[in-house]
Write a protein that binds this ligand. Structure first.
Ligand code: ACO
Length: 370
């Protein structure tokens, strides 16, 4: 008995940008990018919105269009919950999940977004599974909760809209895309066996992105002040100081871009990924020998190689999809999952680990039986 993944899908935008093409923007080259990250090219959404990408991935996962992997075609009325993990929603309201609900006609579903950066999809699966388990008919108090028998969990990002294309330390890393999975509560199949999600403080502000609200604020501490609207938002200025980006913003650099101290994030990521895999496997009473495939967040191939070495397992246990996607944050794990199904490396009954880390700092892993 448990929540089983019965469908998944992915969507990449049309434009592919090769490493060497980025030379037109910053001082870089294919050799540096490929050897340091494993990335050869990334996709950039130009015409596509984040919800366009999410919609295609979701349609595949629901078995409505070709591509992806779907055990069966679902009826729109069967979906009770939509969680969209994203840090780049097209709009603040409605949520990305709300837009998907409308576009897909999933009129029975409750829908909301989740921000846990690159770990968002793994957090989303853990949350959907908890809601489904709490509402299972055999559970005390289930009748008092929203019944959730099937959930659509999406990771969708248009990260290139938050990328500072003049910063070679970050701009070579990111790409756009979306992935989706359908979870179904089953009385027969075990599905998700365990989950582990964790946070620690990013005390050095190694990975930040401030929001850029545009509405002028015609108030100061005494009340309405038309001068205050021109002077800017003192609250945001304090947050900029807290994130240590005040100087850059005062120098006229854009506020809403991803800023990263690569080596610090690398250190956190390498430790967090192995810790999350070990913790989730422990909770499921399994060892790495039981696992057919690990689907990791695709941030940097070197982080994945480090994890394989530290865990003492072969690199080919890990699904590697980064070469032609770059780091697509919350979309990266579900897109890599769709790739793993497409290549046939996940078969019914296999034990699979999904693992991610990201800004916040967040990290997490989910173990399931396919
Ligand atoms: N092209 C050429 N040279 C470059 C580039 C580039 N694109 N970027 C940096 N360099 C240079 C640096 O300036 C530095 O030069 P210097 O020694 O003269 O100062 C040199 O290369 C080495 O730079 P490092 O930052 O030490 O390189 P490192 O080997 O650590 O790799 C990288 C950098 C790829 C960013 C790595 O640290 C990394 O992958 N970190 C983790 C990133 C990550 O996983 N982020 C995930 C979260 S993202 C999210 O949540 C949205």
């Amino acid at each position: 008995m448990g929540s089983t993944i019965i469908g998944c899908g992915k969507c990449l935008p049309a434009l592919e940008v090769e490493n060497d093409e980025l030379k037109a923007l910053v001082d870089t080259n294919d050799e540096w990018i490929s050897t340091r990250t494993g990335i050869k090219s990334r996709r950039v959404a130009v015409d596509e919105t984040n919800s366009d990408l999410a919609e295609v991935a979701a349609r595949q996962a629901l078995g409505w269009i070709d591509g992806g992997h779907a055990e069966r075609r679902l009826d729109p009325s069967e979906i009770d919950l939509i969680i969209c993990a994203t840090i780049t929603p097209d709009v603040v309201s409605p949520s990305e999940a709300g837009l998907l609900r409308r576009r897909l006609g999933l009129s029975n579903a409750i829908a909301f977004d989740l921000n846990a950066a690159c770990s968002g999809f793994v957090y989303g699966l853990a949350m959907a599974e908890s809601m489904m388990a709490a509402a299972a008919p055999s559970v005390a108090g289930a009748a008092g909760r929203n019944p959730v028998r099937r959930a659509l969990v999406v990771g969708a990002e248009r990260l290139t809209r938050l990328t500072d294309w003049s910063d070679r330390n970050t701009c070579v890393l990111f790409g756009d895309g979306a992935g989706a999975a359908v979870l179904e509560w089953s009385d027969e199949r075990p599905g998700i066996l365990s989950s582990f999600i964790a946070n620690e403080d990013d005390e050095a502000n190694a990975l930040t992105c401030a929001a850029a609200y545009e509405a002028p604020q015609p108030f100061d501490a005494r009340g309405i002040s038309l001068d205050a609207a021109a002077a800017g938002d003192p609250g945001l200025a304090r947050i900029d100081e807290e994130l240590a980006i005040g100087e850059a913003v005062a120098d006229g650099k854009p506020r809403q871009v991803l800023r990263m101290n690569g080596p610090k994030v690398f250190k956190f990521a390498s430790e967090a990924m192995t810790a999350a895999i070990r913790a989730a496997l422990d909770r499921a009473n399994l060892s790495l020998d039981d696992v057919a495939c690990i689907v990791p967040h695709q941030a940097n191939e070197r982080i994945i190689k480090y994890a394989a070495k530290k865990l003492g397992c072969p690199l080919d246990l890990f699904q590697l999809s980064i070469a032609h996607t770059g780091n697509s944050s919350a979309a990266s794990v579900p897109m890599a999952l769709a790739d793993a199904y497409e290549s046939g490396r996940i078969q019914r009954g296999d034990k699979v680990v999904l693992v991610a880390f990201g800004g916040g700092f967040t990290s997490g892993a989910v173990v399931y039986e396919a």
